[in-house]
Design a protein around this ligand. Structure first.
Ligand SMILES: NC(=O)C1=CN([C@@H]2O[C@H](COP(=O)(O)OP(=O)(O)OC[C@H]3O[C@@H](n4cnc5c(N)ncnc54)[C@H](OP(=O)(O)O)[C@@H]3O)[C@@H](O)[C@H]2O)C=CC1
Ligand SMILES: Nc1nc2c(ncn2[C@@H]2O[C@H](COP(=O)(O)O)[C@@H](O)[C@H]2O)c(=O)[nH]1
Length: 328
């Protein structure tokens, strides 16, 4: 993969087609992902400052996808039971260490089967992830397994061949990420082009993970092969977000930290993330609603009436064209 075509979200403009609908409300943003269908192709990042139990319940009740983080491992089994007791789907994250393999067996023994399990480690193209995929498929064959994170077509192929039902693409494009600075590796700065390459190899759904800065980036992710889009910083600043609210010079912010930050780890070891503040944005329901409306507009510009019609549009690469001096 030497010198692939390189571009990112800010370098792409999608080209409109003739509109075939009378109102944006006719555009269907829903997406089937695994065993269920969701309102929009957006999932809040499985990070401690983005998702918690209460928000997971609200998202599931309102037909949004969610993935609970894995940073309070002892609470995960009870979480699965709690979601099922409310007749909601359970979607959890796991790592790859021995205790995580044991946890999968514990769920299987108790017949508490999460509908979705995400294997969440920094360098997902690894034997440890392949082993975990096979372990889950053996003990919990009914669970939909998402594996990641990866950044190459080879990795997508290998994890799919191991049994993954979906793969998550994005090494280092995240807002709280310092992987590219600390290691020199990743898809930071060319995440959208990496997604495009991965989609050519994928035979199962992809989640585009990291680097979403504007709602239009969701449509661009769909165009370049994503079925679902994972968003951290843009969804971390809400009333429902778990981060602490902080006021500076009369403006409200919420804390947001990387899952590989010192804050998350409690120690400065293998740190590849940082802590930061994101502007407070009010109720997450309003933000998700605006994302849906903007996607409906995207579908209309694509000349279609459903989400995947966005896949069919042409595009141009115009370096750094998105802001072009504008802001909102
Ligand atoms: N999307 C992204 O770009 C990134 C995301 N993250 C997030 O941070 C969190 C922590 O990630 P992670 O550190 O993987 O989780 P863990 O600390 O749980 O590590 C998982 C396992 O993988 C091993 N491991 C981790 N990185 C490597 C590597 N580069 N080479 C070989 N083995 C490795 C670890 O061993 P050992 O610690 O001994 O090496 C450990 O056994 C996750 O939520 C992850 O998604 C982190 C970085 C990048
Ligand atoms: N390199 C790191 N990446 C991280 C870390 N914690 C989370 N992440 C990734 O970022 C996205 C969210 O990106 P955003 O641009 O929407 O804010 C998240 O889903 C992870 O994949 C980290 O500590 N280091």
């Amino acid at each position: 993969m030497n010198n692939p075509e390189v571009f990112d979200y800010e370098d792409i403009q999608l080209i409109p087609n003739k509109c075939i609908i009378e109102s944006r409300s006719e555009a269907d943003t829903s997406v089937k992902f695994g065993p269920r269908t969701f309102k929009i192709p957006v999932v809040p990042a499985n990070m401690e400052t983005v998702i918690n139990d209460d928000l997971a319940v609200w998202l599931a009740q309102n037909d949004y996808f969610y993935i609970m983080h894995r940073f309070q491992p002892e609470k995960r089994h009870a979480f699965v039971k709690m979601m099922h007791s409310k007749d909601l789907f359970a979607s959890i994250s796991v790592g790859v260490k021995q205790e995580e393999l044991d946890f999968i067996q514990e769920l299987a023994d108790a017949d508490d089967v999460p509908e979705y399990i995400t294997i969440d480690i920094a360098h997902g193209h690894s034997n440890s992830v392949i082993r975990m995929i096979q372990h889950i498929k053996h003990y919990l064959p009914a669970s939909f397994v998402i594996a990641g994170n990866v950044g190459t077509p080879e990795a997508v192929r290998e994890l799919e061949n191991a049994g993954a039902d979906a793969t998550k693409v994005g090494i280092g494009p995240g807002k709280a990420c310092i992987t590219k600075l600390k290691t020199g590796f990743g898809t930071g700065g060319w995440q959208l082009a990496a997604l495009r390459l991965c989609s050519k190899a994928a035979s199962k759904p992809l989640i585009a993970d990291g680097g979403i800065r504007y709602n239009g980036d969701i449509a661009k992710s769909i165009r370049f092969g994503a079925t679902m889009v994972m968003i951290g910083s843009l969804l971390a600043g809400h009333q429902q977000s778990p981060g602490t609210m902080i006021k500076i010079d009369g403006k409200n912010y919420k804390q947001y930290w990387g899952s590989a930050s010192e804050t998350q780890k409690g120690a400065y070891r293998n740190v590849e993330g940082k802590q930061m503040l994101v502007p407070y944005r009010g109720d997450i329901a309003d933000t998700l609603s605006e994302m849906q409306q903007d996607l409906q507009s995207s579908i209309s510009y694509a000349g279609g009436n459903k989400l995947m019609d966005i896949r069919l549009v042409d595009y141009v690469v115009v370096k750094n064209s998105v802001l072009n001096g504008d802001s909102y």
